[in-house]
Design a protein around this ligand. Structure first.
Ligand code: Z2T
Length: 823
């Protein structure tokens, strides 16, 4: 299925490594204007980056002309978010020159790792959705599938999180302040993007009614490319990120009236479109600027797609045979009316032909069922910003509902549920409904999630279009998430089963028999311990706290969200603390509990839970009875580069969302791939991880998705658990009474109240006792290191399914209908 990696033996020649050192010095002078004798790490990082990048440009152009010559069908992955993290080590890994480069850098007087640390993460996304997009680009190009990422080059990515007195503070992520050597800016390519104005009717020469969009305010879109090298570099692709530039004639009338500053104000405002990433994951803020960002991405991207297509075709009729567009959630769903507008208003097609092309071009991925994340835009806002699109959306809906009414006569309730226009509470456009109607395929991101789409959220649509809604389980790229981030384990794996695993992750199954080999288990444990030592040093540097690598590293790293239930983890920590205090000589499994994750800046409850973690950590870490048995820390600013340090060092991976709420999760896959055992609910991809690794190698607990739904219907009473469980009661009372906030007793009342007085929507109280029992099983197993390490090996060995290579192949064969090139 996956390609066998044929990493060229001749990388030295292909990448002219003998010249690399000279190139670094040359770039240092010619490009950076720095003196190579100055020995500044940052200069050397930059000079190295340019010298690496220039080695890929040829391959990239060759790949692009391959695509062109073979007229291959292209995939366009449209996403408002990409989360590539750092590029340097990824380029070196995929070029297969990490060791060679390490030597050369050493000759210049540096370690590769210290230069790596000079790079800022490209944090152009919030979390899983953006990281998934980046993993898919890696897997597309590594498997010779012609694909491009299209997104926005935000000046400011996801905010930098600091912790001040236990609270999250947001700082701006000025990630390109010192330049970004990976960007190839196309100053000479500009597309015009229109906003506002009005839709005007006119008659064409044949006397047909036509529409044109006039009196618009225009902004220019300039592309910036970042190369994406495939593993082994047989292909190199790119992501194309757009930046907003004011148009030259912006507010020309103001200039002419002599209002220079007024005219400049307009220019500045228009460039704001790509200023900042909205930092909410799974929460719709409904700001006009956000809708502008979405349309900006879509409009610029489609001009680019059609330009490229029309170089090789004379008619747009064959667009769906040459182009597949994947909508990463509904964020770019305005692409559907945009393509209709282009086909009809610009290229003169009739509705039916245009609609057929449209629906054969688009596919839509849904990433959440949380109602607060489902995008709806007020009709008056959308109609003002994009008047012609609003007309088209109404017409799409009119025709769609006509069809539904014909299939389900008299079912007006169904019509109002399925309508693209929500009527209650002021008219709004339901972007998910629009995306379903305008796509040939809709997919969820894990089997359970796709099932919930079919039977819950999109049930009506599933009845109307019985084969449209399908599943493609997420995956992660084994290049970044094992090979690159975990050299110790990768080396051991390669020594044992050869190097093919990194492009054919199913090969890891060959590790299964080695779980019975005690020498292999020792080597495995040594690699894990080495990673834990490295993380301990990082923790000491970052939060000035020493942690013991011989304790169980218990990790929960993900966005802060009530449904992800970091609070349940805290409740376990508090319970352990109480047990130790009650019985200071008790024989318990020593644990280090680490947390990391950003809260959306406006998400009060999530920020309060960060504060609670930090206050619990303060109390626990200062207690002499607890010393050596329990440590708690919150690592600030969780990001891709931090994940690369955290994931390889984990013993236990916390995946404890309320069942039915986490669409898939991808952190769960990264941790298990690196040999962590999972404690989790049967939610998202955890279900499939259990199927793969075996129920005996994972700690599953708690309510199932159908039980959560059932309890919501029949009435759930959290107090019942409080009253019947003394240990739980004590934990809740400590949180509620200010035990962890002696200077501000009421600080955590909102946390207490959410569970005790506001219905405990995420059912922590119901899952507390089962979670405690699962954690006790974790403790017991960890004491038996031999058994633990066996299971650790079996987890990694059975993670083959969760390679993004498999996911991308499923999209390619089942949705995009593209084949790997050159096969
Ligand atoms: C996001 O990261 C996810 C879903 C969203 O819904 C938005 C964002 Cl920013 C609109 C996550 C899911 O929560 C997670 O379960 C999933 O693994 C990930 O997307 C990738 O599919």
């Amino acid at each position: 299925m996956s390609r066998v990696c044929k990493m060229s033996k001749n990388v030295r020649e292909v990448f002219r490594l003998d010249e690399l050192k000279d190139d670094i010095r040359r770039n240092m002078v010619a490009l950076l204007g720095n003196d190579p004798r100055s020995k500044r790490k940052f200069s050397y990082y930059n000079a190295l980056a340019y010298s690496v990048r220039e080695r890929l440009v040829d391959l990239w152009m060759r790949t692009q002309s391959d695509y062109y010559d073979s007229m291959a069908k292209r995939v366009y992955y449209l996403s408002m978010e990409f989360l590539p993290g750092r590029f340097l080590m990824n380029y070196l890994t995929n070029m297969g020159i990490v060791d060679e480069c390490r030597e050369i850098v050493a000759e210049l007087g540096f370690s590769l790792e210290e230069l790596e640390e000079e790079e800022w993460d490209a944090g152009l996304g919030n979390g899983g959705l953006g990281r998934l997009a980046s993993c898919y680009l890696d897997s597309m190009v590594s498997q010779n599938i012609p694909g491009y990422g299209y997104g926005i080059l935000y000046d400011y990515g996801i905010f930098y999180q600091s912790i001040v007195n236990g609270n999250q503070e947001e700082r701006c992520d000025n990630w390109r302040r010192h330049g970004c050597p990976w960007e190839i800016t196309r100053l000479d390519t500009l597309y015009e993007v229109k906003f506002y104005g009005r839709s005007e009717t006119y008659y064409d020469s044949d006397g047909n009614v036509r529409f044109r969009w006039v009196d618009t305010e225009n902004v220019m879109a300039m592309p910036c490319d970042i190369l994406i090298p495939g593993y082994g570099c047989s292909h190199v692709s790119n992501m194309r990120l757009w930046t907003a530039q004011s148009s030259r004639e912006f507010n020309l009338s103001d200039f002419n009236r002599g209002d220079y500053i007024g005219a400049m104000h307009g220019k500045v405002m228009s460039e704001n479109i790509t200023k900042v990433l909205y930092p909410n994951d799974q929460f719709l803020q409904g700001m006009e600027l956000r809708l502008k960002q979405q349309y900006f991405l879509v409009s610029a991207t489609f001009q680019d797609i059609l330009r490229r297509y029309l170089k090789q075709h004379t008619s747009l009729a064959a667009l769906p045979e040459a182009v597949a567009v994947q909508l990463n959630d509904t964020h770019p769903a305005i692409a559907i009316p945009e393509l209709m507008r282009l086909l009809m208003d610009v290229y003169g097609m009739g509705w039916d032909v245009a609609w057929d092309i449209c629906t054969r071009t688009f596919a839509y991925t849904n990433h959440t069922v949380l109602p607060e994340a489902l995008e709806t835009w007020p009709v008056d806002l959308l109609g003002r910003l994009l008047p012609r699109h609003m007309q088209i959306i109404y017409e799409i809906n009119r025709r769609f509902l006509e069809g539904v009414a014909a299939t389900f006569p008299g079912d007006t309730e169904r019509l109002s549920r399925m309508s693209v226009i929500q009527e209650e509470g002021g008219q709004r456009v339901r972007m998910a409904n629009l995306a379903i109607v305008g796509s040939h395929t809709v997919n969820g991101v894990a089997a359970l999630h796709s099932n919930i789409l079919q039977t819950g959220l999109f049930r009506d649509f599933h009845e109307y279009y019985p084969r449209k809604i399908r599943n493609v389980t997420n995956g992660v790229t084994p290049r970044r998430w094992l090979m690159q981030c975990n050299p110790a384990l990768s080396r051991l794996i390669t020594q044992s089963i050869g190097p093919e695993w990194c492009c054919n992750l199913e090969k890891l199954r060959e590790l299964v028999p080695l779980a019975e080999d005690s020498a292999f288990r020792d080597a495995w444990a040594r690699a894990k311990l080495e990673n834990k030592r490295l993380l301990s040093r990082y923790v000491l540097r970052k939060v000035q706290m020493g942690i013991n690598p011989n304790t169980l590293f218990d990790m929960q790293f993900k966005r802060m969200h009530e449904y992800k239930r970091q609070l349940l983890n805290v409740m376990h920590v508090i319970s352990l603390f109480n047990r130790i205090k009650d019985n200071p000589s008790a024989d318990i499994t020593p644990r280090t509990v680490l947390f990391g994750g950003k809260a959306a800046p406006g998400y009060y409850q999530a920020k309060l839970i960060i504060r609670l973690i930090n206050e619990v950590a303060r109390v626990v870490n200062a207690d002499a009875d607890v010393a050596g048995r329990l440590r708690v820390a919150f690592l600030p600013n969780y990001c891709i580069s931090q994940a690369e340090k955290v994931v390889p060092a984990a013993d236990l991976s916390e995946q404890i969302s309320t069942a039915g709420m986490e669409a898939s999760g991808t952190g769960n896959m990264k941790f298990a791939l690196n040999g962590a055992l999972t404690i989790g609910t049967l939610d998202g991809a955890n279900v499939e991880i259990m199927e793969e690794v075996g129920a005996e190698n994972i700690f599953i607990f708690g309510l199932k998705a159908h039980e959560v739904a059932e309890k919501r219907r029949s009435g759930y009473n959290p107090r019942e658990f409080y009253e019947n469980d003394a240990e739980l009661r004590r934990v809740m009372d400590m949180i509620g009474s200010g035990f962890f906030s002696p200077d501000e007793r009421g600080l955590f009342s909102p946390v207490y109240d959410s569970l005790m007085h506001h219905g405990d929507y995420y059912m922590l109280m119901a899952d507390y006792r089962p979670y405690m029992e699962a954690q006790a099983a974790v403790d017991a197993l960890y004491l038996d290191q031999d058994q633990w390490v066996r299971k650790s090996i079996l987890n990694a060995a059975n993670m083959g399914k969760f390679s993004s290579d498999r996911s991308v192949m499923e999209y390619a064969r089942g949705i995009w209908h593209v084949e790997p090139l050159g096969k």
